[in-house]
Design a protein around this ligand. Structure first.
Ligand code: UDX
Length: 413
C-alpha cells in the first residue's frame, strides 16, 4: 500500500519486530520485500506499537494470525479480538475496519454487532487474504480475486473503490460476511483436498507399482482437473492449510455439519500419513538408525520461506533424530527459525558439510539450489549415495545415471 503511494502506519504489539522494521530490517524472509521497502518513501510508511497513532486512518486493516488453539482443532481468535477491541477504541466516525484474517464463519457478523453497539458510524468489511508465502508481493499487487464481505453492497463500496483504483483488472466479488469468510476457508480446503487426493493415489501407487507423478501429469492434463497442487510427496504444512482445515472442521461440528466436512478429516489423516510413510521408507533403507548419518535438505514448510510452522520436513527430521539417527539439517533460509523450534537437531549452513559422510540424504523442501545440485559431484561427499525425494522434483534419470539410488513415495523408479 505504501509503495502505491498510500500513507501507511503499521502497528504491532511486538516491540522487537517494530524496532527491527524501524531499522529497515524485515524480521522474516519474503523474497523482494526488503528491496521493496527500501524503495518506499519514508513518510509513507511508519511503524509503531501505539494504537493511538492510527486514530486518524481511513482504513484499518486487521492482519492478525488465527492459529490453531492449543486445546483443540478450533482457531484461536484471542489476538484478533484484542486487536479489534483496540482499534474500536480509536477508530473515527466514517472509517472502515477491514478484517483480513482467516476466521470461522460467523465471526464478522459477531464483530459487526459489537461495533454497531458502540460505534455505529464505523463500518466493518471482511476482505480475506489469499497471498502465498514466498509470493506475497506479486499476490498482493496482482491477486486472482478480491472478495469483500459486508452487511450491504453499499457498505462495501468505499473499500471496493479503493481496490478498483489499485487493481482495476482484478475480479472483485462483493458478498455477505458469511460468503467472504467461507471463500477463504473453502479455497484452502480445496487446495488441501487436491494435495491429499494425490497423496492417497500415491499410497495406491505404492501398493500397485503405478507411478504417482505420471498419474498426476496425465490426470492434470485434463483442464477440468489441472496439474497445479497435484504435487505428491510429504504433504502440506505451514501456518495455513493444516490449521484452516481443522478450524473448518471444528466450526462445522458447532454448526451440526460434521458429516458435510467428514472428508477433510480423512484428508488431514492422509497428510499426516505422508510424513509417517517418509520416515518408514528412511528406516527401511537405514536399517537400525543409531549411529547413521542422515542429511536433510530443507527445513521450511516450502521453498522461498523461512517459515517452519507445521513443516513436514522438520517433523520428519525430528522423528529420525528421536529414533537415534544423527540428523544434520540444511536450509538456505530457515535454519534460525528451525533451531528455535527444535534445538535438539544439528543444523548446518553448508550443503557440503551436511552431505559429508551421509548414509541417507532426504530432500524435503524443494529449494531450487537443491534441484541444481550436481549429483555426480556430491556423490563423492556421501557415504551411501541414496536420496529420498520427498517432493518428487529431482530429475530421476540424472540422479540415477550419476550412480544414486533414488527413493520416493508412490513412484515406480
Ligand atoms: C496457502 C494458500 O495457497 C494461500 O492462498 C493462503 O492465503 C494461505 O495458505 P501457503 O501456506 O503460503 O499458502 O502455501 P502453499 O503454496 O499453498 O503450500 C502449502 C503446502 O502445500 C506447502 O507445504 C507445500 O509444500 C504443499 N504442497 C503444495 C504440496 O505438498 N503439493 C502441491 O502440489 C502444492
Amino acid at each position: 500500500m505504501a509503495s502505491l503511494g498510500h500513507e501507511v502506519i503499521a502497528v504491532d504489539i511486538d516491540s522487537q519486530k517494530i524496532a527491527l522494521f524501524n531499522q529497515d530490517v524485515v524480521p522474516f524472509f519474503e523474497p523482494g520485500l526488503t528491496e521493496l521497502l527500501s524503495k518506499v518513501k519514508k513518510s509513507n510508511l511508519t511503524f509503531s506499537t501505539n494504537f493511538s497513532d492510527i486514530s486518524e486512518c481511513d482504513i484499518h486493516f486487521l492482519c492478525i494470525g488465527t492459529p490453531q488453539s492449543e486445546d483443540g482443532l478450533q482457531a484461536d481468535l484471542r489476538a484478533l479480538e484484542s486487536a479489534f477491541n483496540s482499534v474500536i477504541e480509536i477508530a473515527q466516525p466514517g472509517s472502515i475496519i477491514v478484517g483480513k484474517s482467516t476466521v470461522p464463519v460467523g465471526t464478522a457478523e459477531r464483530f459487526a454487532v459489537t461495533l454497531n453497539k458502540s460505534h455505529p458510524e464505523v463500518l466493518l468489511n471482511w476482505n480475506p487474504e489469499f497471498l502465498r508465502e514466498g509470493h506475497a508481493i506479486a499476490d498482493t499487487l496482482k491477486p486472482n480475486r478480491i472478495v469483500i464481505g459486508a452487511r450491504t453492497e453499499q457498505e462495501a463500496e468505499k473499500l471496493a473503490n479503493f481496490y478498483r483504483e489499485i487493481s482495476p483488472e482484478v475480479p472483485l466479488f462483493i458478498t455477505n460476511f458469511a460468503t467472504a469468510e467461507l471463500v477463504k476457508v473453502a479455497a484452502n480446503a480445496f487446495l488441501a483436498t487436491k494435495i491429499s487426493f494425490i497423496n492417497a493415489m500415491s499410497e495406491v501407487a505404492d501398493a500397485t507399482g503405478a507411478d504417482v507423478s505420471l498419474l498426476a501429469d496425465a490426470i492434470g492434463a485434463d483442464d477440468r482437473i489441472g496439474r497445479k497442487f497435484l504435487g505428491a510427496g510429504i504433504g502440506f504444512g505451514g501456518g495455513c492449510l493444516p490449521k484452516d482445515i481443522r478450524a473448518f472442521l471444528a466450526r462445522a461440528d458447532e454448526l451440526g455439519l460434521s458429516e458435510s466436512l467428514q472428508f477433510l478429516r480423512e484428508f488431514d489423516l492422509i497428510n499426516q500419513r505422508a510424513r509417517v510413510r517418509a520416515v518408514a521408507m528412511a528406516l527401511k533403507e537405514l536399517g537400525a538408525p543409531k549411529g547413521k548419518k542422515v542429511a536433510v535438505l530443507g527445513a521450511a514448510f516450502k521453498p522461498d520461506s523461512d517459515d517452519v510452522r507445521d513443516s513436514p520436513a522438520l517433523e520428519i527430521a525430528e522423528t529420525l533424530h528421536t529414533l537415534g539417527a544423527h540428523v544434520v539439517v540444511h536450509d538456505p533460509r530457515a535454519l534460525e527459525s528451525a533451531a528455535e523450534k527444535i534445538p535438539e537437531l544439528t543444523y548446518s549452513n553448508s550443503i557440503e558439510e551436511t552431505l559429508t559422510g551421509a548414509d541417507l540424504t532426504m530432500h524435503l523442501t524443494e529449494w531450487t539450489n537443491y534441484r541444481d545440485l550436481d549429483p555426480m559431484i556430491i556423490r563423492k561427499l556421501v557415504n551411501i549415495p541414496t536420496i529420498f525425494d520427498g517432493r518428487n522434483v529431482l530429475d530421476a534419470t540424472k540422479w540415477q545415471s550419476a550412480g544414486w539410488k533414488l527413493l520416493a513415495l508412490g513412484r515406480a523408479l
